[in-house]
Design a protein around this ligand. Structure first.
Ligand code: ATP
Ligand code: MG
Length: 240
């Protein structure tokens, strides 16, 4: 496990603009600066359209900033090629999305095994690892099911097992409970808390709800593409 003082995510003066169809551009992120240390559980919160997913895509090496420096584990990822970015993602990051992003025609077990393809493991090793992860999320009896045969909470647990299978140091979750009812949502959030506390996995979670952000230890609040709060979880969201 990494020392807790180690900075694993560093955004320096990050700006992001998207070209507009009729010419010109729309700036979405403005001089974003923050770091995340190994073992932190951070919520990035803000209203719809504030730039949360744009920020998450940069952190997850799915997109690159227009200007500024982004370092992941001390490596500048801004200048990497598409292939190199894919390797960085596969090695360090487990992604959990609102809509689960499971392959509908592949079994639960296959879905969890798939990202391990790029790890140079044998089929048996991949299967063993995937089974272990499904057990961890309580789905050991659903290996041969198709995702369509599962409830939303179960699908999200498959997605978490898939994210964990690569033994990521970092989990990036974009509205992970957005498609779940509050009971299932709470279960997923408690599970994140456990992964963070027991395994020391760093978690960055996006949400637009304060009640969900409260599961984290730190809140970064974004409004109109700018950080307007970064610190401990406040008592309420009145001043955000
Ligand atoms: N690929 C893109 N091309 C053009 N504009 C984009 C693109 N991605 C995001 N945007 C714009 O950037 C702004 C912020 O979008 P973003 O998806 O980051 O917001 P968000 O905070 O995640 O919102 P939500 O809570 O609704 O998911 C929006 O105005 C959006 O239209
Ligand atoms: Mg979003």
């Amino acid at each position: 496990m990494k020392k807790s003082s180690e900075i694993i995510i560093s955004l320096k003066d990050i700006n992001k603009s998207f070209p507009l169809e009729l010419g010109g551009e729309q700036q979405v992120l403005f001089d974003i600066n923050f770091t995340v240390k190994a073992g932190e559980f951070v919520a990035i919160m803000g209203p719809s359209g504030s730039g949360k997913s744009t920020c998450m895509n940069i952190i997850g090496a799915l997109d690159t900033p227009t200007s500024g420096v982004y370092e992941l584990y001390g490596n500048d990822v801004t200048g990497l090629s598409t292939d190199e970015l894919a390797l960085v993602r596969n090695e360090y990051i487990g992604f959990v999305f609102q809509q689960f992003n499971l392959l509908p025609k592949r079994s639960v077990l296959d879905n969890v095994m798939l990202p391990l393809m790029y790890r140079g493991m044998t089929h048996d090793e991949r299967e063993r690892r995937a089974r272990e992860m499904l057990k961890r999320v309580g789905l050991e009896n659903f290996e041969s099911y198709l995702p369509t045969q599962l409830s939303g909470g179960m699908k999200q647990r498959v997605a978490i097992a898939r994210a964990l299978a690569g033994e990521p140091k970092l989990i990036l979750a974009d509205e992970p409970t957005g498609a779940l009812d509050s009971k299932m949502g709470n279960e997923i959030l408690k599970f994140f808390k456990e992964l963070n506390k027991d395994l020391g996995i760093t978690i960055v979670m996006i949400t637009h709800e304060f009640d969900i952000a409260k599961y984290a230890d730190r809140l970064i609040h974004i409004r109109d593409g700018k950080i307007n709060y970064d610190g401990k979880i406040p008592k309420n969201d009145n001043n955000l």
